[in-house]
Write a protein that binds this ligand. Sequence first.
Ligand code: NAD
Length: 429
Amino acid sequence: MIGLGYVGISLAVALAHEGHRVIGVERNRVICEQLSRGRAHVHEMGLDLAGAIDSGRFTVTDSLPEGQGIDTYVVCVGTPVDAGGDPDLSQVEAVIGSLGETAADGALVVLRSTVPVGASRRLLAELRSHRDIELAFCPERTVQGVAVRELHTLPQILAASTPCARARAAALFRTLTPDIVDVSSFETAEIAKLACNAYRYTVFAFANELARLCESVGVSSREVRDAAAAGYERGAIPAAGPVGGSCLPKDTRILSRAFRDHGSADSELLGGVTQVHSDVPERVAEQVASRMADSACAGPLNVALLGVAFKGHPETDDERSSPAVEIVEGLRRRFGALAVRSHDPLVPEARQLALGYQPCAEVKEAVEGADLVILGTNHRMYADLSLDWLTSQIDNSCLVYDTWAMHVRDSSALDEQMAYLAFGEGKSE
Ligand SMILES: NC(=O)c1ccc[n+]([C@@H]2O[C@H](COP(=O)([O-])OP(=O)(O)OC[C@H]3O[C@@H](n4cnc5c(N)ncnc54)[C@H](O)[C@@H]3O)[C@@H](O)[C@H]2O)c1
């Protein structure tokens, strides 16, 4: 298993629990060392790393092992996009280059990372220029946070270089789930994977556009959605709120880029979806800034950020591309220096410090003396907070901004002085 991030470590441990002998390869020595001691560096619910290590079937190393009778290599390294939106395949290409040199003839390489349309075929040609190696593309589709459960429930889309490679990859994944979805080409599997995430991102963009309109009109987008879906399934629209993370935005960009790369006109729809989402943190920062324009603070604005991760449900410790962090950046650009006290049930303190925040162990500590409280994610613990309790901890002059409108129903009972704003809720002040 090459690359032990969220995807690689979850799959490695799951396969070891099913009786496979798995060697995890992670180039980051700090992570490698931590994993070897049985301590996971990412939060995935139910991940039994210590059990896998104790079984003797899972070991971790920082370099690609040679020999040792390895017949299958699973590639789970990162495939980000660069600042210009171009896919950066350097991690995958480096691994494929090394496998071309070290893997034995007849080995099977399973590509698990998300790749651009046409990449698997190109990577197979690269492998074959060295040796007689088989390739299968079996994209990961789990949702971060509940990957361990989903590895045993989701069907596995599979494309392969030969019927033999298909049978070998299918046998591997059948140890986790009975459902294998055979497709006829690498490109079909690549587009299907990207489409799953781009479709979700598109639906969320629609909800957020509608929320923007509701704010302008002065109505509640929650009430609009509830009315649209009442007894009418075709009207079900997901909740509005800031969406980020390292998969949905990136995969939508990769799919969008495929149109141009394959000679089709650019997808205005997907470009618009990306734009809608990237505007959200700025729009929230602007709303907050204009609401607070009159508040005279002596020093830097005191901000309490509750929820640093990119999402709260399913919960994760991952703060990559977190909209909450981007909202704070937007505020920094408007207010200059900020004093940010943060709280998050899972994002490690060191990573909150690296963002320039002062991490707090308790919500109470974070909100004390705040001029602005941002409910940054829809984590259950923030949804379960009582708005009464929260407002009793802060001054009347403090603004509460609720990015997932979790408390909009209780906000009408607030003291008139108390300022509460919620995403997409034009009528909730
Ligand atoms: N995170 C998710 O929930 C998720 C879900 C579905 C698909 N994916 C896709 O799966 C892939 C991996 O995602 P992730 O979130 O686990 O990434 P990640 O960035 O968390 O982990 C990748 C790991 O690979 C390691 N690595 C890179 N090059 C290496 C090499 N040559 N040898 C050994 N280790 C190496 C990195 O150090 C890193 O720890 C991406 O393509 C992503 O788009 C992710």
